[in-house]
Design a protein around this ligand. Structure first.
Ligand SMILES: Cc1ncc(COP(=O)(O)O)c(C=O)c1O
Length: 363
């Protein structure tokens, strides 16, 4: 059987050269080869994230990066404005709450983006807030928040801006330094043509300053240790060396394409996905003004269970679509189009959906 057309929003398929890179021999993670590889990866990530800030690599999935962001910037009892438009916004909030932050929730319905004026009002009503948590791209609903505008209001109030950019960075326009993002988190298995296993955290000078006095407990995810080790060409703990190999190769491929063209490809393929879905008579779940360029959420026809449809498409066409989380399970399916994705991948996925819709609807 040929390889599946993996159309979930991460992990993504991998180019052959990335797959091969993972199979290389181990090296000493305290030696010069590792130091050179890490330096190359960090420089490349900085160029894609448009930042001069420190970028630390953590051996963990993206959630570890979110946990590091919280634990390094905050103290128990700090007030945190948590903007949530779905499942991953909730997760970020939960981490902050578990570490002892006092949460000021600002919620928006699933499928919608955050309203900038409402966030500004909440910030004015809560001058005690120290940091604002925002999910740039809410993968669960396929909605991209207007981060540039949100950042403007957060910065106008002088708060720390902490962003989950796990499923947006490297795919959707994001200017870390120009917009004033203090802590930014991404993960290797999303836009980076690499397997799961590494989180990236970019820390601004203001974030480092906050980290000096932050009192939340931290050990494995202590970014001060990560920074010190990185300066010495290493990591505090044993890194996922094979994932570094793969990420290095993924980033080389992305550098060859260039940031502008990578972003344009994601825009073009997302437009094609949305048009293809609409042309089948299906409805998009996300507010079209904020529909994501990395994942499209779709409502199946009346009476069709999204998960049954997905199973049928997998069985007949070897196209793997994503389900939905929480209360959207069975009601929405999602098409991932980030990282190593081509027009052809999407054409095949759309054809598979089109072929199975009548079957699923019992016609
Ligand atoms: C927006 C967002 N936040 C957080 C996560 C969690 O990342 P991980 O599964 O790598 O821990 C994901 C993963 O899908 C995500 O898309």
């Amino acid at each position: 059987m040929s390889e599946p057309n993996l159309r979930i929003p991460g992990p993504t398929p991998l180019p052959k050269s990335v797959q091969n890179a993972q199979a290389r021999d181990m090296i000493n993670h305290r030696g010069p080869e590792f130091a050179a590889m890490q330096a190359e990866i960090v420089d490349s990530l900085k160029s894609f994230l448009l930042t001069q800030n420190d970028v630390l690599l953590l051996t963990s999935s993206g959630t570890g990066g979110l946990e590091a962001a919280v634990a390094n910037a905050l103290s128990p009892g700090d007030s945190v404005l948590s903007v949530s438009i779905g499942y991953f916004g909730e997760r970020f909030r939960t981490i902050a709450a578990i570490y002892g932050a006092t949460i000021v929730p600002v919620d928006f319905p699933q499928g919608q983006a955050a309203n900038v004026n409402q966030v500004a009002d909440a910030l004015r009503a809560h001058p005690e807030v120290k940091a604002v948590l925002v999910t740039h791209n809410e993968t669960s609903t396929g909605v991209t928040n207007p981060l540039r505008e949100l950042a403007e209001v957060v910065k106008a109030e002088g708060k720390l801006l902490v962003v989950d950019a796990i499923s947006s960075a490297g795919c959707i326009p994001l200017e870390t330094d120009a917009w004033g993002v203090d802590v930014l988190v991404s993960g290797s298995q999303k836009g980076w043509m690499a397997p799961p296993g590494l989180a990236f955290v970019a820390m601004s000078p203001a974030a480092w300053q906050a980290s000096e006095t932050a009192r939340m407990p931290r050990f494995y995810f202590d970014l001060r240790k990560a920074k010190k080790a990185q300066t010495e060409g290493s990591t505090p703990w044993t890194p996922a060396i094979s994932v570094y190999y793969a990420l290095q190769e993924g980033l080389r491929i992305l550098q060859e394409e260039g940031l502008e063209r990578v972003l344009a490809r994601h825009q073009r393929i997302a437009d094609k996905t949305r048009k293809g879905v609409r042309d089948m008579g299906l409805k998009l779940f996300a507010d079209p003004r904020y529909a994501s360029n990395t994942v499209t959420s779709v409502l199946p026809p009346e009476g069709v269970n999204a998960d049954d449809l997905r199973r049928q498409i997998k069985k007949q066409h070897n196209v793997v679509l994503a389900g939905a989380q929480g209360d959207l399970a069975g009601k929405v399916f999602r098409i991932g189009h980030l990282g190593y994705v081509s027009d052809k991948d999407i054409s095949l996925a759309l054809a598979a959906i089109r072929a199975e819709l009548p079957v699923a609807a019992g016609r």
